[in-house]
Ligand binder design. Structure first.
Ligand SMILES: Cc1ncc(C[n+]2csc(CCOP(=O)(O)OP(=O)(O)O)c2C)c(N)n1
Ligand code: SF4
Ligand SMILES: [Mg+2]
Length: 304
């Protein structure tokens, strides 16, 4: 992984997220989404970050964020967010800070935390109606430690811990539905390659209070094994093939924001990524490809 990481932060435009020379992979879809999200949220923000790739952004005592940053263990970010929110509320109550100094409390974790280790703390935070925003950048694996599978890994993808010719035998967990079942204020899926949809949803979430949950599918050239310059294309295909539905949960209802009327075959998305190359070489695994397509078709048959 390390040779693919390059120092790209110094080349970034002047936005809320500043350059530090922090090593991140070229074409990182998680970083693309985070950039856009932070530009909407602004600097009156405190990030509570669980261990993962984005942790490398902040190397003590430096951070590329104009706002604040706190690091927690993988399972604990929502618990950390509770502590920070409580501290801010106490300071507000005592008059030690005024409302203009208040901060938006934002949990930032990968899928390993959100879909797995941090699920219990997240569920508890939603039960307590914690006023926070949760951003999960979902690169469908443990990216930081070499792309082992997580509960977000899609069926048949090859990972560092699913090397057989059939890839990962499990199925990606439906985190959107699990979060929505808690009836929080807001849940949405986004992707960096659809910036207008993303900005609209973050604006909306920013104006609300209570638990607000965002899942950003994050194409990962290093873990998914494709040319970094294809990141936007991979992201757009995730939406056009119907693999990544753009949707919101609000007022007890799920609304799909983009219904692809003529969906492109999932093959077009899978073929670009080395983690699925065993489905195409040495010979095409038509049975597995049909199974993956059928699951996507079944999803959309219930929507339209
Ligand atoms: C309890 C615990 N187990 C394992 C680790 C080692 N670890 C650090 S980052 C990471 C991967 C996290 O995956 P994810 O949340 O998806 O974030 P990503 O690395 O993909 O950005 C792991 C396993 C840890 N920090 N804590
Ligand atoms: S491994 Fe993937 S998610 Fe992590 S920094 Fe690299 S491209 Fe981004
Ligand atoms: Mg991950």
């Amino acid at each position: 992984m390390s040779e693919k990481r390059i120092s790209r932060m110094k080349d970034l435009p002047s936005t809320h997220l500043l350059g530090t020379g922090t090593p991140m992979c070229s074409g990182c879809g998680g970083l693309e989404a985070l950039h856009q999200i932070y530009d909407v949220l602004g600097d009156k923000t405190v990030f509570i970050n669980a261990a993962g790739c984005m942790t490398l952004l902040s190397v003590y005592p430096f951070t590329p964020f104009r706002g604040s940053w706190l690091y927690t263990a993988m399972a604990s970010a929502p618990a950390g967010a509770q502590g920070v929110r409580d501290a801010l509320d106490i300071l507000l109550h005592k008059g030690s800070i005024d409302s203009q100094d208040d901060l938006e409390v934002v949990v930032l974790t990968g899928d390993g935390s959100a879909y797995g280790m941090g699920m219990s703390a997240t569920s508890g935070a939603m039960d307590r109606n914690l006023d926070f925003l949760y951003i999960c950048y979902d690169n469908e694996g443990y990216g930081n430690t070499g792309q082992q599978y997580s509960s977000a890994t899609p069926h048949a993808a090859r990972t560092a811990t699913s090397r057989s010719s059939r890839g990962y035998p499990g199925y990606k967990k439906d985190l959107f539905s699990i979060w929505a079942a808690h009836n929080p204020t807001y849940v949405a899926t986004v992707i960096g390659s659809e910036p207008l949809d993303l900005a609209r949803k973050i604006e909306k979430a920013k104006a609300m209070r209570g638990p607000r949950m965002i899942i950003a599918l994050s194409p990962c050239p290093t873990g998914w094994d494709y040319d970094p310059q294809e990141s936007v294309n991979v992201g757009k295909l995730a939406v056009k093939t119907g693999i990544w539905p753009l949707k919101e949960y609000i007022d007890g209802k799920v609304v799909h924001n983009r219904i692809p009327r003529s969906r492109q075959p999932v093959e077009e998305y899978l073929r670009l990524q080395g983690r699925f190359s065993h489905l195409f070489e040495p010979e095409k695994n038509t049975e597995m490809l049909a199974e993956i397509q059928a699951r996507v078709d079944r999803y959309w048959a219930k929507v339209v």
